[in-house]
Design a protein around this ligand. Structure first.
Ligand code: BES
Ligand code: MG
Ligand code: ZN
Length: 498
């Protein structure tokens, strides 16, 4: 569920609450000054009384003495004269939303252009932040009343029409983020390879996107034995969903996004411990993000050619499951000794990456995968690991990440880690020798062996696909983050701008 009504109006309603901005040191912003006059000085009086700092994102509220206003919500804008980035504006929107939700009040946001950068664009960013923050996953709650959510929020602006028109783009991006968040949180009895591939069709076909689904036999014909080996223990058959948005010109090479879509990762015969195993329904987050990006791109009709490849399998132990020690021949022809069936993400990606570059000759290929627990040891729940064989591509991803706030940290890829996955009986093994640590790097090196001359980046998103206690929760509530959707949308928009 998400906030129902985001609107832009030119004067406050005679009910509900109002939000204004105050700079560091308690200096009132222009709209706060105006309102303060109208409210006989009560804003100034109250922020002085509680010694409100005005630090960025800090909020306070008090009950207004006026009949036409419930609460006045005050949000800190930080140093006056310092212009705020889009991300900061979004976080201000999220902070206002949270405060209003706790107070259970409709709110009009009066942080106008004199306070921040360009007026309508600032309001759009604040509204976008509030919208992203408002999403909660309440589908399976039969009693929704414990879950407070605001039904409406409005923004005061002199550019109503312009705001309305421009906000559609942000609403579309938010919708795509919500799709990804939903897919990640949905349980594995609802999301399995076939159902996720069907959802891709339902989502993209009406928007003019194309979806092609390879089944098990198509994959056998392609020689995708690394992927098939992972899937063979499950009653749910694997699928490879190929999503396509031809927004660019015919001669433009596509950007290919590949997502790890393990709809449930039990570990297989190398079974995971029971504690927390349920969290492995999130192991399709890479594929969920790929679908989210394609949805955003299609909704906003970006003039770029994008292909999404979702590698969809379920990793289960059974009488037909792959055994530790099995050797498989991947589509690339290289052989892999499967020493641990829980290192399955790299096996399915090996074939998906090979297939994608072989068929589509991409300009860039970017994969997203909840690949290793080791990346959480390295970067916590705050950064995704970024690996790449191309500095320019890595820089572009980093730049987008700074714009959207989905943080990435570039990781090294040196040859010693690569040697650590040489096998005694096959071309490689799927886990590194015990003496070679750095599990996220050896996993990335494994993927690199299936990169055939294309510019490639790999995002290890284990740890950032869902929220935890100590993560940067600013733009999402508890549950899934939708990490990567805004980032890759920004990356693709920059490609269009060139
Ligand atoms: N899906 C997991 C990685 C993961 C762990 C994602 C925690 C999110 C949170 C992956 O398939 C896996 O099991 N990796 C193993 C690799 C190991 C066997 C070399 C891991 O990280 O323990
Ligand atoms: Mg695993
Ligand atoms: Zn996994």
């Amino acid at each position: 569920m998400v906030i129902q009504d985001v609107s832009f109006v030119d004067s406050p309603k005679n009910s509900g609450s109002i939000a204004v901005g105050v700079y560091a040191g308690g200096q009132l912003s222009a709209s706060a000054l105006l309102l303060n006059d109208k409210f006989s000085g009560e804003i100034e009086k109250n922020i002085k009384k509680i010694e409100f700092s005005g630090n960025l994102f800090e909020t306070t509220s008090f009950i207004s003495s006026r009949d036409d206003c419930g609460y006045v919500i005050v949000v800190g804008l930080g140093e006056s004269g310092k212009s705020l980035s889009n991300l900061e504006l979004q976080k201000i929107g999220a902070a206002i939303y949270e405060t209003a939700k706790k107070l259970d009040t409709e709110v009009g946001v009066a942080i106008d252009g004199t306070d921040v950068t360009a007026k309508s664009s600032a309001q759009l960013q604040i509204a976008f932040g509030a919208l992203l923050k408002s999403w909660i996953f309440d589908k399976y709650k039969t009693e929704k009343k414990d879950l407070p959510i605001l039904s409406s929020i409005y923004f005061l602006t002199t550019d109503i029409e312009e705001c309305k028109e421009s906000f559609v783009k942000y609403q579309n991006i938010a919708e795509a983020v919500f799709l990804t968040r939903t897919l990640v949180l949905e349980p594995a009895n609802v999301i399995y390879p076939e159902s996720l591939a069907e959802i891709a069709k339902e989502e993209l076909l009406p928007l003019g996107g194309q979806v092609e689904i390879l089944n098990k036999y198509d994959m056998i014909a392609q020689g995708m034995n690394a992927l098939l080996g992972v899937a063979q223990g499950s009653a749910n058959e694997p699928k490879l969903a190929i999503l396509r948005w031809d927004g660019g010109t015919l001669d433009e090479k596509p950007i290919v996004l590949v997502g790890k879509g393990v709809t449930f990762d039990s570990g297989g015969i190398s079974l995971k411990p029971g504690d927390g195993m349920h969290e492995m329904r999130y192991d399709m987050a890479g594929a969920g993000t790929v679908l989210g990006v394609l949805k955003a791109v299609a909704l906003n009709k970006l003039p770029v050619n994008v292909i999404g490849v979702m590698a969809l399998v379920e990793n289960m132990p059974s009488g037909t499951a792959q055994r530790p020690g099995d050797v498989v021949k991947s589509m690339s022809g290289q052989t892999i000794e499967v020493l641990n069936t829980d290192a399955e993400g790299r096996l399915i990606l090996a074939d998906a990456l090979w297939y994608a570059q072989d068929r589509f000759s991409p300009e860039y290929m970017i994969d997203l995968a909840t690949l290793t627990g080791a990346i959480i040891v390295a970067l916590g729940h705050e950064f995704a690991g970024l690996f790449s064989n191309d500095d320019t591509l890595a820089e572009q991803i980093k730049k987008s990440s700074e714009v959207t706030g989905e943080k990435v940290w570039r990781m090294p890829m040196t040859d010693n880690f690569n040697k650590g996955i040489n096998s005694t009986i096959a071309d490689m093994q799927n886990i590194a020798k015990p003496t070679v640590r750095g599990g996220s790097i050896t996993a990335a090196q494994f993927l690199k062996r299936f990169i055939n001359g294309v510019k490639w980046a790999h995002l290890d998103i284990a740890g950032v696909e869902v929220t935890t206690d100590n993560c940067d929760l600013f733009l999402c509530s508890e549950g899934a983050t939708g990490f990567g959707v805004c980032l890759l949308y920004d990356f693709l928009s920059n490609i269009c701008a060139k």
